[in-house]
Design a protein around this ligand. Structure first.
Ligand code: PMP
Ligand code: GLN
Length: 382
């Protein structure tokens, strides 16, 4: 039967994790921690299960969790979202983004992505029948290019998807970027989908420029985040969307027939755990130490490092390696690295449309220090 997504195969994350397993490689490809979450979070969830929180929660999510999310956003970014009408708990950020795209776009519409971008955005837009408009981030720096963005915006633009801290590049949008974006969108009807899943992984001296800090942007935005990244539980698939009531109402129309709702005990446990802000407030220092350890080791190789201001990803160029490795495509190099040196990585081409190769790959450093040291030893011949 005719495919709705003819260009799409299996995601690079599944492909590289399977290859890593096959070759017993250190998996620095797919972004997930190789250490466990806080045992107190597990106890909070098991307590929720043993105390009977095992049936459907309300469609938008457990009120206690929506309250905890609203309180967190207000304390960090100074904007109060109404938990009853403006916060919805989702099955991770992936579902949140798909549902947001589904409720704003359809055939005849355009949705803008800034490339490179997370691999689910483009297929999500394609599924709605809307046209994908790819605006490149500035080559080399991965900074937003507002002239190109301005040129792409038109009366058909229904939404723009942004992502800071940025996967894969690790760049962070600055206050001036947010202000420029607000000016550009002001005369348009475009909605904004702001993927902020790495909001708690921002390294000094930077701060996270949440759309929630910018009233003109927040008025047209779906702000998406995920507990998977923040609390080291990527397998739980719990995230949320904060959006003005009118947008949330549309979001929930789709959400209720998409997943209806999200697992109850995780929500109750997460709400209880969030009473203490220390776990997410301490996250930047925790990951900054890993970033520094990993970068110091990579600096002894021929990899050329790009800056990493946030996320748990480090990108490197392979252009200065010796032949024959530097002549491989990014994708072939990642396969070679996994097979021959036993370290899995992700080619940046996975975050672009077809045929783009700038000799850059992405490593994930959300790993135990001994795992990072093991990987660095394996990479030390390069
Ligand atoms: N957006 C970005 C930028 C991501 O990197 C990821 C996954 N790592 C997601 C969304 C999906 O998050 P989740 O696992 O909560 O669905
Ligand atoms: N977001 C994670 C990454 O960028 C992977 C998520 C997935 O496997 N789909 O590595």
């Amino acid at each position: 039967f005719p495919s709705r997504l003819p260009q799409v195969g299996t995601t690079i994350f599944s492909v590289m994790s399977a290859l890593a397993q096959q070759h017993q490689a250190v998996n620095l490809g797919q972004g997930f921690p190789d250490f466990d979450c806080d045992p107190q979070l597990v106890s909070a969830v098991t307590d929720a299960m043993t105390s009977g929180h095992n049936q459907y929660p309300p469609m938008p999510g457990m009120p206690v969790l929506r309250q905890a999310i609203a309180a967190k956003i207000e304390s960090l970014y100074g904007r109060r979202f109404d938990e009853a009408s403006e916060i919805t708990v989702t099955a991770g950020a992936t579902q949140a983004i798909l549902t947001a795209v589904l409720c704003c776009a359809g055939p005849g519409d355009e949705v803008i992505v800034l490339e490179p971008c997370y691999d689910s955005y483009v297929p999500n837009i394609e599924l709605t029948g809307a046209r994908v408009v790819r605006v490149p981030l500035t080559p080399g720096s991965f900074r937003p290019d507002f002239d190109q963005l301005a040129a792409a915006l038109n009366s058909k633009t229904r939404a723009l998807i942004i992502n800071s801290p940025h996967n894969p590049s690790g760049t962070i949008w600055q206050p001036a970027d947010m202000q420029r974006l607000a000016e550009l969108l002001a005369p348009t009807n475009a909605l904004l989908i702001s993927d902020e899943v790495y909001e708690h992984m921002v390294f000094a001296p930077h701060r996270h420029e949440s759309v929630a800090r910018y009233p003109e942007l927040a008025a047209r935005a779906f702000i998406v985040s995920s507990f998977g990244k923040t609390f080291h539980v990527t397998g739980w698939k719990v995230g949320y969307v904060a959006a003005p009531a009118a947008l949330t109402a549309e979001f929930r129309k789709v959400h209720q027939f998409n997943v209806f709702t999200v697992n109850t005990p995780m929500q109750v446990g997460l709400a209880r755990y969030m009473a203490d802000p220390a776990p997410y407030l301490n996250l930047p220092a925790f990951y900054q130490a890993k970033r520094d350890l990993f970068r110091a080791g990579l600096a002894r190789t021929r990899f050329r490092l790009t800056p990493c201001e946030g996320t748990y990803f480090q990108c490197v160029s392979i252009a200065d390696l010796q032949v024959p490795e530097r002549d491989l495509s990014e994708a072939d190099f990642c396969q070679w690295l996994t097979r021959e040196l036993g370290v899995a990585a992700i080619p940046l081409s996975a975050f672009y449309g077809q045929g783009f190769d700038q000799k850059m790959i992405r490593f994930c450093f959300a790993k135990r220090d001994d795992t990072l040291r093991d990987a660095l030893t394996r990479l030390s011949t390069l």
